[in-house]
Write a protein that binds this ligand. Structure first.
Ligand SMILES: [Zn+2]
Length: 498
């Protein structure tokens, strides 16, 4: 029995806005599941909900340790006092950490069924930051259990998650995802992210693991990233196709007096001002927070941290709606060295990023180019590829003659391009980031809807344009064209290219 649990409503790059349907309502993705600690929860679930989270995750193993049968009788919604969507993690990580094997896979699955979880995870073996051999073993054992679980979960009303393991051994991540993609009774996939990489801001490792896993996972199924909740990493994971996240960092940080921002994490002692306008930061000063009772401070900082995460996901969603997720990635890359490092690698993932990009969109927005990373913007790359093919096709049709390359500056008025087609001389324009644009395509999106810095362009961007010009000129010459190069000399990059 295959129930449709996920609906994709909008796509940009490989990121999507979607809906996951569960027995306790729908979750709009990308979504964050705050971790609820059943032993100690300074922020109430009502407050979590009020901060914008209609979904939470908690640990089935810890529920079992603390409440045993009682939790099974009341159900997880009853125990937490939360009527939204509840995901349970099997708690495999805690079992590993405490060295116990008190719960078999069968018991873990049965328990989560009795809890009435909306989304549940089989008893996997998280890879963590371990040696190769151990990582192989964790992948093998997780696959074995995932196959073994079939009889217990197939047709169940819960959404069961297949956990992709492998950690930083990306070939193992791929193998794990490849096998998982064939087990159709899992209606959701999870990517285990060793928290150690997240804590050390090694987002590039996490992002690489996401890419390797997503290459094999079915496009139509939601994908969860375990343990990730920092606003800096969320946009990149979403861009590569992650739909849901969970993390306890909002509360763990708060207990240590740490304050999450879009730019990184601060200690409350180090802040003179609160760069945020959430209900907490609008009401208190850093000094008031420092001086208050520890429990109350933890509660307020945790709330603030949740508001920041919520706001960053709203920003990501709006960027998807506008088709400007790439631009958001570029902006985020300037916020922290760790994101600059991730951004520098995003160009490797264009196959994935282009896979999801819709060609025609309802709302047409311009493209903003900032610097070197913009050269990898899938929309610009696609335009460049299309334009290069058009140059070949038109050159073929002309079969030689005279051609002129001139800067797309000033930009022609709408409709003006058409009047320039079919003259004595074939006109081709050139522009940084876009390359060479034959007049036949000069009105095509996004050639006239682009914003980029007119001055101070990085050397790499100028070189990129120069090499595209050189390659076009040699193509044209090979087809028997006499090529003339024009520039108006007003703008720095023109002079430097020509
Ligand atoms: Zn705040």
């Amino acid at each position: 029995m295959a129930l449709a649990v996920f609906e994709i409503r909008d796509v940009d790059l490989a990121g999507r806005i979607g809906r996951i349907y569960t027995a306790h309502g729908a979750v709009e993705t990308p979504a964050f599941f705050p971790v609820i600690d059943v032993y100690r929860q300074e922020v109430s679930v009502e407050e979590v909900r009020a901060a914008g989270f209609g979904q939470v995750i908690t640990n089935a193993y810890l529920l079992w340790k603390r409440f045993g049968r009682e939790a099974a009788e009341k159900g997880v919604h009853g125990i937490l006092g939360f009527q939204g969507v509840v995901m349970t993690d099997s708690g495999a990580y805690q079992i590993l950490e405490y060295g116990g094997v008190e719960l078999s896979q069968e018991e873990a699955i049965e328990y989560q069924k009795r809890l009435g979880s909306d989304i549940a995870v089989i008893l996997d073996i998280p890879t963590g930051d371990v040696g190769r051999r151990e990582a192989e073993e964790s992948v093998r054992e997780t696959i074995r259990r995932a196959v073994e679980a079939r009889g217990m979960i197939e047709g169940d009303e819960r959404i069961w998650v297949y956990p992709v393991q492998g950690g930083r051994y990306f070939d193992l991540v791929e193998e794990s995802a490849r096998v998982g993609s064939r087990l159709g009774y899992y209606r959701m996939y999870g990517i285990g992210s060793p928290t150690v990489f997240l804590e050390r801001y090694m987002y590039h490792v996490v992002v690489e693991a996401v890419y390797r896993a997503k290459k094999h996972l079915p496009w139509g199924r939601p994908v969860h990233l375990f343990g990730a909740g920092h606003p800096l990493v969320l946009p990149y994971a979403v861009a590569l196709g992650v739909d849901t996240f969970d993390s306890a960092s909002y509360i763990l940080y708060a207990r240590e007096g740490r304050y999450i921002t879009e730019h990184g994490v601060y200690r409350i002692e180090d802040l003179d001002y609160l760069p945020c306008s959430c209900p907490v930061c609008s009401r208190y000063t850093p000094q008031e927070l420092r001086e208050m009772d520890r429990g109350e401070r933890t509660r307020l900082l945790a709330l603030h941290n949740l508001y920041v995460i919520a706001a960053s996901l709203r920003r990501v969603k709006q960027a998807i709606r506008e088709g400007r997720l790439w631009e958001l990635l570029e902006e985020t890359s300037r916020k922290h060295p760790s994101t600059a490092r991730v951004m520098a690698r995003m160009g490797r993932y264009v196959d994935m990023l282009e896979r999801g990009s819709a060609r025609g969109r309802g709302v047409v927005r311009g493209v903003r180019a900032y610097g070197v990373e913009s050269l990898s913007n899938p929309r610009l790359r696609r335009f460049y590829g299309d334009a290069a093919r058009l140059v070949e096709a038109v050159a073929e049709r002309w079969g030689g003659g005279r051609a002129v390359l001139k800067p797309l500056d000033p930009k022609p008025e709408p409709g003006e391009c058409e009047s320039m087609v079919g003259g004595e001389e074939w006109i081709l324009f050139y522009q940084p980031f876009l390359g060479v644009i034959p007049v036949e395509a000069c009105g095509a999106y996004p050639s006239l809807q682009m914003d980029y810095p007119q001055e101070g362009l990085p050397e790499e961007v100028i070189e990129d344009l120069a090499s595209k010009i050189v390659s076009t000129v040699s193509t044209l010459r090979a087809r028997g064209f006499q090529v003339r190069l024009e520039y108006c000399g007003r703008v720095e990059w023109q002079a430097r290219t020509v």
